[in-house]
Ligand binder design. Structure first.
Ligand SMILES: Nc1nc2c(c(=O)[nH]1)N[C@H]1C(S)=C(S)[C@@H](COP(=O)(O)OP(=O)(O)OC[C@H]3O[C@@H](n4cnc5c(=O)[nH]c(N)nc54)[C@H](O)[C@@H]3O)O[C@H]1N2
Ligand SMILES: Nc1nc2c(c(=O)[nH]1)N[C@H]1C(S)=C(S)[C@@H](COP(=O)(O)OP(=O)(O)OC[C@H]3O[C@@H](n4cnc5c(=O)[nH]c(N)nc54)[C@H](O)[C@@H]3O)O[C@H]1N2
Ligand SMILES: [Mo]
Length: 755
């Protein structure tokens, strides 16, 4: 009889992994021909076999549009290779190159294997300690803080998108089960656009990306899916084959732009002007959709008078750098296409006027009647499939817990009676101001920082300030897999499992598939999942001080994954239980591939709101008006977008990925380089008011003369970090729906010189 996965023997380091990497890449189609079988081995467990391998269903939990459904092949407890699930028409049997490198990531010699303590933060003097020692030290610190401050608000959680598996919200649950704490809220990623779409439509909701094939005209605006959502590209190519025109609007000539029928180089942060110029021309040519604006929208007349008073195509051309004829051409082609679609990428809104720019783009889609159409829409993201129980997340504070009572107190999930206490809450702090907050927040100050699923030193803003902030903390605990820069700034590191070593469940904010993530191999070394760590900490806390933690002390990740399912999820995906997902991912049963297909909007008026009172309440203009961009604070504009070979700080450090991507570069236009006496391959210094990065230059006219380009990434061997050039300036929107404004990542400036 096959044992439960939890009891399988501890695996050896995979001897075949480099081969497995290649095999995974070549496997698509090959393995489809090997005989498959399902063996009923135990009442609750069916083991799937294929070609001599035990197979498991997994899902890539990274913060990526594609959230791929994975099939994993295990022999003798060793993950040998993986492939994209064939059942998902989105994943379509293929992974990205990072995905194929997963087995190496699991068995990387660089993985953090045991709990460790650093004697002197930043010294590199690490000592292996036992789980018991680690948890005792952390537990004692938590109790000390509670005693000193009378609350646990001095303990803060910094978590974001390292793993989007639903049970990972158990980290938030673990914090609640200790008491009221400080929480970094908001998102560094997409909040300005989320608010914009909420003001305009009442929610963020995109068409099924598979329906790109139905589009006749595609405007890809400020996104680079050839790298960041490669699985969507096949639908765009199919649309092109069926005759659709692809327009890419980006200040960089990206790999996506290279596939376009028309590439439009826009001046960074000036998309609002461009969108309004397009809208003005559509009005002038009487090409807007009367039915939509009359029946389903509010405030269109006001919008038209704003355009007529404040916007001309010539002005838009001047502001955006896009010639008048091109604006007129796109306006006419897009307005006449049935349907025309816009994909508003996240890069677009990481600006001080990013939300305003997205609202102007939404208006364009609405006035042409493209919202609610299959193959149309303005695509940004959605959370339609995220209706889980969040059982792991919702935990109750221990009795007698004291918390935050300030005016901006957040609402508790529990009634005051259930809480049996005064109306306390966690203290929320803007996630994008991590450094600033640690340095300035008081009464009580942040003393203990728990970092999980987040690499602030690589991904957060103003790294020199972050260094000062960390130096101020009394204790830093990081739960992670590799010795990255954040870990280097920790006192205690706890080893986290990879996705193959735990159960969870995954959905996407872009496509509509649901995947189960099975535990395919045992926990490696002494790694534990975030949930298991919560349970272990709970046991220790209650040993040290009975009743000080309400989190369950025994943790089976499978049981907790099961608890996330409910009737709504079963119905939406047409499954009876999560076990149905063991035979493959499922897609939501959508009444239409179009979002807002019934054109009933979730705004206060139930209409598409060209004029939004809610926007005004949050301090914005009612109409999607032009908002000026950030004033340059240095010579060149610095863009630090996402890289092909990493997912933020993840993957780039894996040796197999280094084969593809050996070192970082700064990309600069040849004319700009000439003026600075820089030639290809020179070491250069890029510097601004935040800090300096020293890196090799590459000359390319893919970037404009006033732009310097560097990709965000964490290289194991290079001393390279773009956050030395990015400050923490806020974007205009985000507070409405995410609790904090976004961050103006792409509104940064620097100068460059030969090193
Ligand atoms: N300059 C610049 N900065 C940016 C951006 C940019 O474009 N330019 N983009 C921003 C955006 S869009 C985002 S979304 C953020 C992303 O910021 P983060 O969410 O911090 O990004 P990641 O590097 O993906 O993940 C963080 C860490 O989670 C760890 N991890 C993985 N799995 C687990 C797990 O199961 N448990 C635990 N405890 N840890 C795990 C990984 O090893 C990694 O160290 O960065 C933002 N920062
Ligand atoms: N390979 C890979 N895939 C990823 C990620 C990754 O790190 N690597 N990250 C994942 C995550 S968390 C996210 S949020 C998404 C991000 O996906 P994208 O939205 O595609 O993100 P970026 O690469 O940051 O930005 C896309 C483009 O926006 C452009 N841009 C910047 N400013 C402006 C502007 O003012 N106007 C216009 N029109 N364009 C502008 C940049 O030049 C860039 O080409 O990708 C996800 N997928
Ligand atoms: Mo993101």
């Amino acid at each position: 009889m096959k044992k439960k996965p939890d009891e399988t023997k501890k695996s050896a380091i995979c001897p075949f992994s480099r081969r497995g990497f290649l095999k995974g890449m070549l496997a698509t189609g090959v393995l489809a021909s090997v005989p498959a079988g399902i063996l009923r081995a135990h009442a609750w467990e069916r083991i799937h076999y294929e070609g001599g391998y035990e197979t498991f269903r997994n899902a890539c939990p990274r913060n990526c549009y594609d959230t791929c459904s994975i099939k994993s092949y295990v022999r003798n407890g060793v993950l040998e290779f993986i492939e994209g699930a064939q059942e998902s028409t989105f994943t379509d049997g293929a992974l990205c190159v990072k995905g194929y490198a997963y087995p190496r990531r699991v068995y990387s010699p660089d993985r953090i294997k045991y709990p460790m303590k650093q004697i002197g933060r930043g010294t590199g003097n690490w000592k292996r300690i036992s789980w018991d020692e680690a948890l005792t030290e952390i537990g004692k610190k938590i109790l000390e803080i509670k005693k000193k401050d009378g609350s646990l608000l001095g303990m803060a959680l910094d978590k974001y998108s390292g793993n989007f598996g639903i049970t990972h919200y158990g980290v938030e649950g673990m914090m609640s089960s200790l008491g009221y704490t400080s929480r970094f809220v908001g998102t560094p990623c997409w909040p300005a656009g989320i608010d914009a779409q909420n003001f305009d439509m009442g929610n963020m909701w995109c068409n099924d990306p598979e329906d790109f094939v139905k589009a006749k005209y595609i405007i890809l605006w400020g996104g680079n899916p050839a790298w960041n959502s490669m699985h969507t590209m096949k639908f765009i190519y199919e649309a092109q084959e069926r005759g659709a025109k692809l327009v890419v609007i980006d200040p960089l000539l990206t790999q996506t732009a290279a596939k376009a029928d028309l590439y439009v180089r826009v001046k960074t942060s000036q998309d609002g002007a461009l969108a309004l110029g397009l809208a003005r021309h559509i009005v002038d040519k009487d090409l807007y959709n009367r039915e939509f604006v009359e029946k389903y929208s509010k405030g269109f007349d006001d919008f038209v008078s704003y355009l007529k008073t404040n916007v001309t195509v010539e002005w838009a051309a001047e502001q955006s750098g896009v010639p008048v004829e091109v604006i007129k051409q796109i306006a006419e082609e897009y307005a006449k296409a049935e349907p025309g679609t816009i994909w508003a990428g996240y890069g677009l809104q990481r600006h001080i006027n990013g939300g305003a720019n997205v609202r102007a783009i939404d208006a364009l889609a609405a006035m042409t009647g493209n919202i609610g159409r299959e193959g149309g829409g303005v695509r940004y993201g959605h959370l339609q499939t995220w209706g889980f129980n969040y059982n792991a997340m919702v935990q109750k504070q221990p009795e007698g817990s004291v918390g935050y009572t300030g005016k901006d107190k957040i609402k508790s999930e529990f009634t005051a009676e259930q809480e049996g206490a005064a109306n306390y809450s966690d203290r929320t702090i803007n996630i994008n101001k991590l450094a600033e907050s640690i340095l300035t927040v008081d009464e009580p100050p942040i003393r203990l920082l728990w970092v999980a699923c987040k690499n602030p030193f690589a991904q957060d803003f103003d790294r020199p300030k972050l260094q000062k902030a960390f130096d101020k903390l009394e204790m830093v605990v990081v739960v992670d897999q590799f010795f990255n820069e954040t870990v280097q700034n920790a006192d205690i590191v706890l080893p986290s499992t990879t996705l193959f070593e735990e159960y969870t469940v995954n959905v996407s904010y872009w496509h509509y598939w649901l995947s189960i993530n099975e535990k395919a191999i045992p926990e490696q070394y002494e790694a534990r999942s975030d949930l298991q760590i919560g349970a272990m900490l709970s046991k220790k806390m209650n040993e040290l001080d009975a009743g000080s933690c309400t989190f369950p002390e025994i943790m089976d990740t499978r049981e907790w994954m099961e608890k996330e399912f409910n009737d709504g999820i079963h119905k939406l995906f047409g499954i009876k239980s999560w076990e149905d997902l063991r035979s493959g991912p499922r897609k939501a049963k959508l009444p239409s591939s179009a979002s807002w297909h019934d054109r009933k909007f979730a705004t206060p008026s139930g209409m598409y709101e060209f004029s939004s009172d809610l926007a005004a309440e949050y301090g914005h203009t009612k109409l999607p008006e032009y908002r000026v961009r950030r004033k340059a604070y240095d010579k060149f504009r610095v863009l630090t977008p996402h890289t092909q070979f990493g997912l933020h700080s993840q993957f780039v450090n894996i040796d197999y990925m280094e084969d593809f991507n050996r070192e970082p570069f700064v990309y600069i236009n040849p004319n700009a380089a000439k003026a600075k006496n820089i030639t290809d391959g020179d070491m250069v210094k890029v510097f601004n008011k935040v800090g300096t990065v020293t890196v090799k230059a590459k000359l390319t006219d893919n970037v404009a003369e006033d732009v310097i380009l560097m990709y965000e990434a964490w290289f194991r061997k290079a001393n390279y970090n773009v956050q030395n050039l990015v400050d923490d300036e806020s974007s205009d929107m985000g507070s409405f729906k995410t609790g904090a404004p976004g961050v103006a990542i792409h509104d940064q400036f620097a100068d460059i010189a030969k090193a």
